[in-house]
Design a protein around this ligand. Structure first.
Ligand code: SF4
Length: 230
């Protein structure tokens, strides 16, 4: 995303000083940040594909069913799509996701000769995102999930909570799309804060700044938030 576009879609509170203030406040509410146990890259990618349009419980059930039925990636790649579809049905969008999983695994195998994304971990972030998003059905958010959760890279996957809170907190403009929000957050969030800040935003989105009824009255960020009380 070009500099002038970043300026256009950055919100009134979109600067690193505000981010530090918000992060300090969120840290007090949710406690010290602990990174998740990293998953292997291909596993993280498939789990992220399964997470689309469903909750964590059904995503995990779908993944468990898939690896119970097909314990190796070679097995998944060789399986008829219908059987994969049946295995992951609990996660929803089974037809689309099963097709995507087969295509992704096929592409990884032909690109690297085995099921690995390790070569991508050595690339600069921009290049890694570009390389991952060339895989079928992999967008910027999915690519960012692999980079942060598997390889510990300083990126911020923009899911529905991060997108909503970034707009409400004035970090990005109301009109910013998810992908635009990603590139703006990468500009304004200091590298060291990206992983924790993203996890804090998700927690706050789930607990307080909910989609339908944000609980502004009891929100510890209200004095820092231009949308407080709307
Ligand atoms: S004050 Fe309201 S809109 Fe702002 S972050 Fe808190 S709950 Fe969300």
């Amino acid at each position: 995303m070009k500099k002038d576009q970043i300026k256009k879609f950055t919100g009134i509170n979109g600067n690193s000083r505000r981010i530090r203030a918000l992060n300090t406040r969120l840290n007090k509410i949710y406690g010290p940040f602990k990174p998740f146990r990293p998953k292997e890259g291909v596993e993280e990618l498939i789990v992220t594909v399964l997470s689309q349009n469903t909750n964590d419980i059904n995503r995990d059930r779908a993944f468990r069913n898939l690896i119970d039925k097909f314990p190796t990636w070679d097995g998944v790649l060789a399986a008829p799509q219908k059987k994969i579809e049946n295995a992951i049905r609990v996660g929803g969008l089974a037809k689309t996701k099963s097709r995507a999983i087969k295509k992704i695994l096929g592409e990884i195998k032909s690109r690297y000769g085995r099921f690995t994304l390790d070569p991508i971990s050595k690339l600069p972030i921009d290049e890694a995102i570009e390389t991952l998003t060339k895989l079928p059905n992999v967008g910027v958010k999915t690519a960012a999930c692999v980079l942060v959760f598997s390889f510990g890279k300083p990126v911020i996957p923009v899911d529905t909570h991060v997108h909503r809170l970034s707009r409400r907190l004035g970090l990005v403009s109301e009109k910013a799309t998810r992908d635009q929000t990603f590139y703006i957050l990468m500009e304004i969030v200091p590298e060291k804060l990206r992983y924790p800040f993203h996890i804090y935003l998700i927690r706050h989105g789930r607990n307080v700044c909910k989609s339908q009824r944000p609980m502004c009255g009891g929100c510890a960020l209200s004095d820092l938030c231009p949308s407080a009380g709307y």
